[in-house]
Design a binder for this molecule. Structure first.
Ligand code: BTN
Length: 338
């Protein structure tokens, strides 16, 4: 079995079962649902009404049955599970309509023993956390805020690589589902044409030689239309780029699928040697001039790629190649944010 991997068997709820039936057939009779799920007509009727309240458009046609006309952009546990094509990543979903920060909730669940692969998803965050103590804005219903709990069986010094693993997964998932070509601003910002569309915040609980859990918090600007003065020049959203709404549950499931795959590759070698080429293909500024802003040591150089441990390789003006460790420094293109 892959390291850190625990299979999570999830029993599908009545709501998920009914949604699955409605998506499989054009018309599903109330009686067919009762028979399949072994529940009463009243229970079915109540659940259909609950789904309607959540925005599902379900028509009741006499002598034919229920017909699902429209699925809203819901990211409830059931809606996400329906799309999930993974063995363990995102198979145990905790959904909240509103939360202070999905990372904070995931940490609490991590302390309480939530299994590897548990995913916290929220429709809105009131105190989303960004890197370097910044805040992260998630408008209700217009973005993805999610945090994955991982329990890797590697020593704590390897954990920082998970943030690059996640960046690769998100970048590829976005491209797969939108047709655009995103890049990764080392170590883990996802950018498109110089603007940020996703940020990742990785947090860890560990002692000297054991990781208890790692939280990979991912914020994707899916449907945001206005960012406000400060962010307008630096940030963008998938809707503004493609002029199409991508259902968030579809993108969440695609990210989980790719993250599961890349995570397993990472666990095989405990480094990025199997992922380095794919990462470098998307590395913004590869072979370009960058400015490294290390405390007490700022310099300009050419970005060459990454090491198998996820450090950035920069050739300075003297010709010497330096390895830049994430967390210590910022790296900027010389003409702007990317
Ligand atoms: C960054 O500063 O670039 C990282 C932003 C990370 C934001 C996400 S949104 C989901 C998760 N919960 C949080 O509080 N933060 C991360």
């Amino acid at each position: 079995m892959t390291e850190g991997k625990t299979r999570v068997k999830v029993r599908r709820s009545m709501k998920t079962e009914i949604l699955a039936m409605l998506q499989e057939e054009t018309y599903v009779s109330g009686q067919a649902i009762c028979n399949r799920l072994n529940v009463s007509r009243t229970a079915v009727w109540k659940m259909i009404n609950r789904l309607r309240e959540e925005g599902y458009e379900i028509e009741a046609v006499p002598n034919k049955g229920y017909c699902l006309k429209h699925i809203p952009d819901v990211i409830t546990r059931e809606a996400c599970l329906k799309e999930m094509d993974t063995e363990w990543a995102g198979q145990n979903i905790i959904y909240r309509e509103e939360v202070d920060s999905t990372n904070t909730l995931a940490k609490k669940l991590g302390e309480e023993g939530a299994p590897h692969g548990t995913l916290v998803v929220a429709d809105m965050q009131t105190r989303g956390k960004g890197r370097l103590g910044r805040s992260w804005y998630i408008p209700k219903g217009q973005a993805i805020a999610m945090s994955l709990i991982l329990r890797p069986q590697v020593e704590p010094q390897y954990a920082s690589m998970l943030t690059l693993v996640a960046a690769l997964a998100v970048s590829r998932a976005i491209d797969e589902k939108t047709g655009i070509r995103t890049e990764i601003k080392w170590p883990n910002d996802i950018v498109y044409q110089g603007k940020k569309i996703c940020g990742i915040l990785t947090e860890m609980s560990a002692d000297m030689d054991t990781i208890h859990y790692v939280i990979v918090g991912i914020g994707i600007n899916t449907g945001t239309i206005a960012f406000g003065k400060e962010l307008e020049e630096k940030a963008d959203s998938l809707f503004r780029i493609t002029e199409e709404f991508i259902p968030r549950r579809i993108l969440i499931a695609e990210v989980m699928k790719r993250l599961e795959y890349y995570y397993e590759q990472f666990c095989r070698t405990k480094d990025l040697s199997l992922l380095r080429d794919a990462y470098e293909e998307r590395l913004a500024n590869k072979n370009n001039q960058v400015r490294v802003l290390a405390p007490g040591n700022e310099y300009t150089g050419t970005c060459l790629g990454i090491t198998k441990d996820g450090e950035l390789l920069v050739r300075g003006e003297s010709g010497a190649v330096q390895t830049v460790v994430s967390g210590e420094v910022s790296v900027r293109g010389i003409y702007g944010y990317v």
